[in-house]
Design a protein. Structure first.
Length: 187
């Protein structure tokens, strides 16, 4: 495994290795002992999988507010996405900045989205499966979202009219929300 930092707090790309032969391949998708050696310590409590039928399905930008914040290790099991994470930690030097990472079934990669970040992705293939390991269980009372096309964030999703849920269609802009992750609210 190899870690590639993304320049936003602890956000990083976790790159694995695939061992191929005539039968296919084998890949270690995460290793707590290796990640601990490089300073990334996770306590995962739940695994989730989302299925998106169509190209251009946009899911995000989502978060869970304190005290139920989630860190996510995100990988693509089938298909391909452009994954987006946005730092919204109050007082962070990179507040409001985002990174885009292309993830696909063809590459042994996952992206670590730390607590205090918005997260979303847009599908680039039909029938895409995305897997998340998360550090906190889902809490509907702490679930929130920010507009995917918020001009303050300046994210180029490379699509004019994505397929969106009702929640994502009506999400507020970041500036319309109170502080999501106030200083001292993250462990």
């Amino acid at each position: 495994m190899r870690i590639k930092h993304l320049g936003l707090g602890d956000a990083c790309l976790v790159e694995g290795r695939r061992f191929k032969d005539e039968r296919g391949w084998f890949e270690e998708i995460w290793s707590s002992s290796y990640l601990k050696q490089v300073g990334l310590i996770f306590n995962f409590v739940q695994d989730n999988v989302s299925h998106s039928k169509h190209v251009g399905t946009l899911r995000g930008l989502h978060y869970q507010a304190p005290p139920h914040t989630q860190g996510k290790l995100v990988r693509v099991l089938r298909g391909a996405v452009t994954d987006v994470l946005v730092d919204v930690r109050t007082g962070s030097q990179t507040f409001g900045q985002h990174r885009k990472v292309d993830l696909s079934q063809d590459e042994p990669q996952a992206v670590w989205v730390p607590e205090g970040f918005l997260h979303g992705f847009i599908t680039r293939t039909e029938d895409t499966l995305v897997h998340y390991k998360v550090t906190a269980a889902y809490s509907s009372d702490h679930d929130g979202s920010v507009r995917w096309d918020d001009p303050e964030l300046g994210i180029d999703w490379e699509i004019e009219t994505p397929i969106l849920s009702k929640k994502d269609q009506t999400a507020p802009r970041l500036s319309d929300l109170a502080e999501i992750f106030p200083a001292g609210s993250l462990a």
